[in-house]
Design a binder for this molecule. Structure first.
Ligand code: ZN
Length: 411
């Protein structure tokens, strides 16, 4: 086809993107300038631009950006996405009718054909002794009762193919009794629960000041850890935190390309893995949407941190055995998806594949990218063929997103 020598293909299971904020796709290209006001750019200055977008986007614009992000995920080989959704209200912070923003994500996912797990996120305050900033007014519910009524309404309103879980934005944004009520709701209905944790040292310091313990310990005391829970990042988790995560069967979602882009730091990936904590991946802010980059960065970041090779690889094992579960089985566990999904991805076989299948997969993980993904099937039905979407045209998706980008780039 097109004169490209493809050779045989690598057939792989569908990959799982366990952590997404779809609207953040609009930031790429506008947050790589060093601002004049900040002596130093960091996570918190990036967040200022992110909040400015969050304050402006209409329901239709959120849908257009989500369609773009989900289309790129599907073409990259991700068959399912966990949308960590906290943009709940209208631009003027009024509640939206019929859960409009949750449904906008559901429409975007259905349009391209990706599986969606909506992680409805609790958000209550700016932080410990920090007032809300203007943009955060779109995120907040006054209390757990109002938030859980919203989750009930979303569960009743979304189409049956969309699964719903809950999330707690962070220990910064949600007070302790609120976390306890969300955790109890998740336990009662056997829902998955996600939360950001240990992304920034400041979050840990503030949690120590407010609660006298780490974010991980606080989540544990709130009854929020367990096999259906995923903590996202864990970058600054301590040895004691790792013990608590392992003992409770909690999953940790690492988002390497985003953590790198935001300057979060290098997480204790090998310590988590050695303790038996299941690790999954997410493209998070979507500066890059590439399965291979997330997976190989788990190992590459450890090589840079520890100045040796094969850090995550077991003696006698190889790279793909170490990192593939993070993109597949652990992602399914994190999102509460069945093991026997009929999802499949086929990838252009690297030359090494003609010598051995194991070398093919390792070669793809080291030197390939999601640009090598050819076909994707979800629930046995083709949704991407030869790198192109089948359910909607790529041009239509791009046009919709471009209109939003043009508006955001006008001052
Ligand atoms: Zn996140």
């Amino acid at each position: 086809v097109g004169g490209i020598e493809r050779g045989p293909r690598l057939s792989l299971p569908g990959f799982i993107n366990a952590h997404s904020h779809a609207f953040q796709r609009a930031l790429r290209g506008r947050v790589e300038r060093r601002s004049a006001e900040h002596a130093q750019d960091d996570f918190w200055s990036w967040r200022t631009t992110m909040y400015a977008d969050a304050a402006r986007l209409s329901v239709d614009e959120v849908e257009a950006l989500a369609t773009w992000a989900y289309a790129d995920m599907l073409k990259a080989g991700f068959v399912a996405v966990g949308e960590f959704h906290y943009l709940h209200h209208d631009v003027d912070a009024r509640p939206l009718p019929a859960n409009a923003l949750s449904l906008a994500h559901a429409r975007a996912a259905a349009r391209v054909g990706i599986r969606l797990v909506l992680l409805e996120c609790a958000y209550a305050r700016g932080g410990f002794e920090r007032p809300l900033v203007e943009a955060q007014r779109r995120f907040v519910f006054p209390d757990a009762r109002a938030f859980l009524a919203h989750v009930d309404a979303v569960r009743a309103a979304v189409p049956s193919e969309v699964r719903v879980g809950v999330a707690v934005h962070s220990v910064r944004a949600v007070p302790r009794p609120f976390i306890e009520e969300v955790a109890a709701y998740a336990r009662r209905d056997s829902l998955v629960m996600h939360a950001h944790a240990c992304e920034q040292p400041r979050e840990t310091e503030e949690c120590q000041r407010e609660h006298g313990m780490s974010p991980v310990e606080l989540f544990e005391r709130c009854g929020a850890l367990g096999p259906r829970t995923t903590l996202v990042h864990g970058t600054h988790a301590s040895a004691d935190d790792i013990r608590r995560l392992a003992a409770t069967g909690t999953t940790v979602c690492i988002t390497p390309s985003t953590e790198r882009n935001l300057g979060d730091g290098l997480g204790p990936v090998s310590e988590l893995m050695a303790a038996g904590v299941p690790l999954c991946i997410g493209t998070d802010s979507h500066a890059r949407i590439d399965v291979v980059d997330e997976l190989r960065s788990l190992e590459d970041h450890e090589r840079l941190r520890q100045q040796r090779r094969g850090v995550l690889v077991r003696p006698g094992g190889s790279l793909h055995e170490a990192v593939m579960p993070a993109g597949t089985s652990a992602g399914r566990k994190s999102l509460g998806l069945a093991e026997d999904l009929e999802d499949a991805v086929s990838v252009r076989m690297p030359l090494e594949g003609q010598a051995s299948a194991s070398a093919a997969l390792d070669a793809w993980l080291v030197g390939g990218s999601s640009a090598d993904v050819l076909d994707v099937a979800v629930a046995g039905l083709p949704v991407v063929r030869d790198g192109a979407l089948l359910k909607v045209s790529d041009a239509e998706v791009r046009e919709g997103a471009l209109a939003v980008l043009r508006r955001l780039q006008r001052p």
